[in-house]
Design a protein around this ligand. Structure first.
Ligand code: GTB
Length: 217
């Protein structure tokens, strides 16, 4: 059955792979699944046809036969549950890998998104200068503990899993801020994720769409 995802027609990051279709592409590549991509403009995302796929008018979405999904956590989980390579067979190890997916999305990503909001959406507010150090401290606190937990392991819990795919995807968003480099253990972890052939293919696919048409600024 054909799998179709949606992605930005023109990603604001100009192909850095930071938009969330990259994590879905990565999961599909890890699972060895072919997929098609429908590119949507910011305007089309808010129109009824796309809103019927995604209630919040965002990308990515996932269509497979008569199934439509939104939310990258749900999409990656759907792929991981049905195909080898992203979740361990052992029931407990599988539950722990799923826990790491949730941890990435619920315990790490929100702090990072707060920084994005503070810098880019609220950068002109009078309180931004005082707020940013507080937000950065909250990120550092989380990363300190995550880094300690990872220690000298390659992945968060045994073999690479959807939990690592999600955590690496979330941490990648921090690279441009320089905060990731304050945590060499995590920077190396992210680099290991990026070095995976499946990630490379996912990155190249979004690059091919976005690099030729970056948005100014
Ligand atoms: N929780 C949802 C999920 O995980 O699927 C969040 C989906 C989401 O935020 N989608 C964004 C979107 O559609 C694209 S990824 N935004 C348009 C809108 O809301 O109108 C977020 C994103 C956007 C841009 C960059 N960038 O330029 O670096 C990085 C990430």
């Amino acid at each position: 059955m054909t799998i179709t995802i949606t992605a930005f027609e023109r990603s604001p990051d100009g192909g850095k792979g930071l938009a969330r279709d990259t994590r879905v592409r990565w999961a599909l590549e890890e699972a060895g699944l072919a997929y098609e991509v429908r590119l949507v403009s910011f305007q089309a995302m808010k129109e009824p046809a796309h809103l019927s796929l995604h209630p919040f008018g965002q990308i990515p979405t996932y269509e497979e036969g008569d199934l439509t999904l939104f939310e990258t956590g749900a999409i990656v989980f759907h792929i991981a549950e049905r195909h080898a390579g992203l979740l361990p067979a052992d029931a407990h190890a599988r539950a722990r890998a799923i826990t790491w997916m949730f941890a990435a999305l619920n315990s790490v990503e929100p702090a990072i998104l707060e920084l994005v909001t503070a810098r880019f959406q609220e950068g002109d507010k009078p309180w931004t200068k005082e707020r940013i150090p507080l937000v950065v401290d909250r990120i550092r606190h989380r990363l300190n503990l995550l880094s300690a937990r990872l220690g000298d392991a390659d992945w968060l819990d045994g073999a690479f899993s959807a939990g690592d795919l999600m955590m690496v995807s979330v941490l990648l968003r921090l690279r441009l801020s320089g905060i990731l480099d304050e945590f060499p253990t995590l920077a190396a972890y992210v680099a290991r994720g990026e070095a995976r052939p499946a990630y490379q293919r996912a990155f190249a696919a979004q690059w091919a769409i976005n690099a030729a048409k970056p948005v100014a600024g």
